[in-house]
Design a protein around this ligand. Structure first.
Ligand SMILES: *Cc1c(COP(=O)(O)O)cnc(C)c1O
Length: 440
């Protein structure tokens, strides 16, 4: 149970003071429900963690790839966040939501010229340059336009965070960023400093996702500073911004034990301040980029239960009216979730079942071993918890399933923020063949 989730006297799951059974009746299923109070609380905890470091300047950029819709971007903007986008589509969404351009940062390893032109037209805050060809293209485009752009360079620091451990081998083999250890990063700094139109504000790194320890951040920061020390003296490069990325772990299931956000921020800031003191450098502005840790736990997907198949001695499958089309994470990376029977949340959940989706793939299983009440049956409502990140944003139309609706709930009010797609929407861009009258 997360945020404002409660179980009512009627045995129903409530979110934001609203009965999920009522939500399902009104908006249909599958339905993505977001607890906006919980998102705001997550944002506040990031801000509070930074506020303790009174001498520090900082920015929290919401990584919009986790969940990007007009309403979500508006919420992020209203709460003073900056914004990461990784494509023209995410940038377009941000601009249409009226997000202040100067707080938008553009990421990605293969930004097209059109996408870069969009970013230049909008005069966004920074482009995080990922590779030499981008550095070159952006420099040329700025020269042609007589326009300047602030940039960060994405550094691959040779530290890769893996859920519970980090590895120090094989880490340099990634499509992202300028590698630190083989001199690519140094060459990029040199080229960026020489550019007339690109203003090198600082460096960026992002070591992974669903991280449960501070050690990876500490190592990445130390690795960057071991070079910064040299670059400052050799190239007169002064880093005004250090962006350490996102990836702060969340509690998908009872076996996840995320650190309080303050622990991450303290470790990051303390390490940066320590390195700066050691090398006599001034402390840069610190940027972070949380995605899932803002929206993940706030999202719940409601499904209606349909058919079931009991294989004696093996397992019992229960199928829901969605699946991999609205949540690809279990099929894509064996992600685990927990679920509640939303219309009998007060009954003991002691039957172990497998929650399957309705797509034509054996791998379309949402939860391998979910605990549901004995009396669980067709027509019941299932709430899969913690689906707010990379669920809607990774949704597909596989099997021509229309994308579900998204509602925000808070203080007893529900607002629809994405309408459910219709069958008509599915064929909207299809172009039928002309009749084959002349065919033999
Ligand atoms: C995906 C990504 C993030 C956000 O990761 P979360 O695990 O959602 O916090 C931040 N920065 C970059 C560069 C990313 O690619």
């Amino acid at each position: 149970m997360y945020g404002t989730q409660t179980i009512g006297k009627d045995g129903h799951l409530y979110i934001g003071g609203i009965d999920t059974v009522r939500l399902a009746e009104e908006f249909g299923t599958p339905l993505y429900v977001y607890d906006t109070a919980l998102m705001k609380q997550k944002i506040r905890s990031f801000k509070e963690a930074f506020s303790k470091h009174t001498a520090l300047s900082w920015q929290i950029a919401y990584a919009s790839k986790a969940f990007s819709t007009l309403a979500m971007i508006q919420l992020a903007g209203d709460f003073g966040l900056s914004l990461d986008v990784v494509s023209g589509g995410e940038l377009y969404t941000a601009l249409k939501a009226g997000f202040p351009a100067e707080r938008i940062h553009f990421h990605g390893n293969n930004k097209s010229k059109d996408e870069l032109a969009m970013a230049l037209d909008a005069k966004i805050g920074a482009v995080i340059v990922d590779n030499f060809s981008e550095l070159n293209v952006l420099d040329q485009m700025c020269a042609e336009r007589g326009q300047n752009m602030e940039i960060l360079l994405r550094i691959t620091p040779g530290v890769e965070a893996h859920t519970h451990e980090f590895i120090m081998t094989g880490h340099d083999d990634t499509k992202f960023g300028f590698n630190l250890d083989n001199g690519m990063a140094e060459r990029a700094v040199l080229l960026a400093l020489r550019s007339e139109h690109l203003a090198l504000k600082g460096l960026h790194c992002h070591i992974g996702s669903q991280i449960f320890e501070t050690e990876g951040f500490v190592r990445a920061i130390r690795a960057i500073f071991s070079h910064m020390n040299v670059w400052t003296r050799k190239m007169n490069f002064h880093m005004k911004v250090l962006n350490v990325g996102g990836g702060f772990g969340i509690k998908y299931t009872g076996s996840d034990h995320p650190l309080p956000i303050g622990r991450f921020i303290d470790a990051i800031v303390d390490t940066i301040e320590d390195e700066c003191a050691r090398h006599s450098l001034s402390v840069p502005e610190v940027w972070i980029e949380p995605g899932r840790s803002i929206v993940g736990e706030a999202g719940t997907t409601l499904y209606t239960l349909g058919s079931s198949k009991d294989i004696p001695g093996i397992r019992k499958y229960i199928a829901v009216d969605g699946g991999m089309a609205d949540n690809i994470r279990p099929a894509l990376y064996q992600a685990n979730y927990e679920a509640i029977c939303a219309n009998r949340a007060n009954e003991p959940a002691d039957q172990s079942v497998t929650i399957a989706g309705k797509c034509c793939e054996t791998g379309d299983v949402l939860i391998k071993d979910a605990l549901v009440p004995e009396s669980f049956k067709s027509g019941d409502l299932l709430a899969v918890l913690c689906t707010g990140a990379y669920g809607y944003s990774m949704a597909s139309h596989y099997n021509r399933l229309p994308n579900p609706a998204v509602v925000f709930v808070e203080d007893g009010e529900a607002s629809i923020v994405v309408r459910r797609e219709t069958y008509e929407d599915l064929i909207r861009h299809d172009v039928p063949l002309k009749t084959f009258s002349s065919r033999e």
